[in-house]
Design a protein around this ligand. Structure first.
Ligand code: RP5
Length: 162
């Protein structure tokens, strides 16, 4: 997207992208300018600090951070910025994402990370949550969110069974 990003999507590896794309798709659908990049807590720690430290001054209003395994990226980013961090546990091979979930959700008191479901559903919901945050100060976006909910409700009401 060409407009200045107001949401950052970061992830520990490009292997997380198939999951994190679900967040990107939501932001795209709602017309929210975002950026997406790989930032690893343990493999590019200096980049992670720089990303987190510059986030607010660059205009980011939310950071969606996805990682798998010992998923410390969301918590460490949250430690270095007051921009809200939305954590997405990526499904890991060894423990199916339970490790990612617990690593992200069990933040000690003082540094919050809003934690979502494991995998694609969590990534999509993190995107929707970012939209909801932004909609607090953007009436047009709030209308789009209401319309999305109405379409979703109607789709269920229209469901048929054979
Ligand atoms: C984490 O390790 C990443 O977030 C990813 O979920 C996992 C595996 O990374 P790769 O080995 O696929 O690069 O850092």
């Amino acid at each position: 997207m060409s407009a200045t990003p107001i949401v950052g999507i970061i992830m520990g590896s490009n292997s997380d992208w198939p999951t994190m794309k679900a967040a990107a798709k939501v932001l795209e659908d709602f017309g929210v300018p975002f950026e997406a990049r790989v930032v690893s807590a343990h493999r590019t720690p200096d980049l992670m600090y720089e990303y987190a430290e510059s986030a607010r001054s660059r205009g980011l209003q939310a950071i969606i951070a996805g990682a798998g395994g010992a998923a410390h990226l969301p918590g460490m980013v949250a430690a270095k910025t007051t921009v809200p961090v939305l954590g997405v546990p990526v499904q890991s091979k060894a423990l199916s994402g339970q490790d990612s979930l617990l690593s992200i959700v069990q933040m000690p008191k003082g540094i919050p990370v809003a934690t979502f479901a494991i995998g694609e559903a969590g990534a999509a919901n993190a995107g929707l949550f970012a939209v909801a945050l932004l909609a607090n100060n953007d009436a047009a976006l709030a209308d789009k969110l209401e319309a999305f909910r109405a379409r979703q409700t109607q789709a269920v009401l229209d469901m048929t069974l054979d």
